[in-house]
Design a protein around this ligand. Sequence first.
Ligand code: ADP
Ligand code: MG
Length: 234
Amino acid sequence: MADTDSSRTLLRLEAVSKEYPTGDGSFVWVLAAVDLVVSRGETHAVVGPSGSGKSTLLNIIGALDRPTSGRVLLAGNDLAKATDSELDAIRNREIGFVFQAHHLLPQCTVLENVLVPTLAGPSGRSNPESEQRARSLLERVGLGHRLGYRPGLLSGGEQQRVAVVRALINRPKLLLADEPTGSLDHATATELADLLVELNREEGVTLITVTHAGDLAERMGAVHELRDGKLERR
Ligand code: ADP
Ligand code: MG
């Protein structure tokens, strides 16, 4: 069947399943024939109980893991057909990640941390344009006065804002966030949720966030619940 809306569709999951070995010779199904279509510029939340497979799903979407069966189409690429090095390239070019723990490098400054994803090119150095973008994004998220700080001196909310800027530095089409507010207090979590929605509008980046927090999910345009391996739109 012809894909008539391929220019609008950024991501398509077709019957994506994932099983893990249990260690005693048997397997457990975590995802069972999950379908999902995400258009460019949309915001989606995936909610569900702990252990329901939310991170597994996000890692498959983000080309960090492969499904046991099914197809993932991202920005016109069939991830099942990509080699590991092609997956690395797609991930670098198309996707930004934010996790619950920020994973910033403690010995590097805020500005250096944000520039890490720009070092992947052949020169191993970031260009002046990247540095300009890093400075203006950090300014945008209220950290213009913290460029030279080490992450350990920042609050949890500030650290997470640095992680968001780092995820956006290469202008990804898709921002994936796994429990991004999970380790923040309520007020700080609300601020981060506001920021993610604003950046979705300003940068045009498509957003998929996995969350326990109902108030973050409610800000997304679509909410899907993962339960017993099935993804259902709420
Ligand atoms: P969630 O993010 O919703 O809490 P996960 O995707 O992390 O759920 O895990 C879903 C299920 O898959 C859990 O039961 C977990 O123990 C299992 N699981 C996750 N990763 C692995 C793995 N690498 N090997 C075996 N089992 C795994
Ligand atoms: Mg998880």
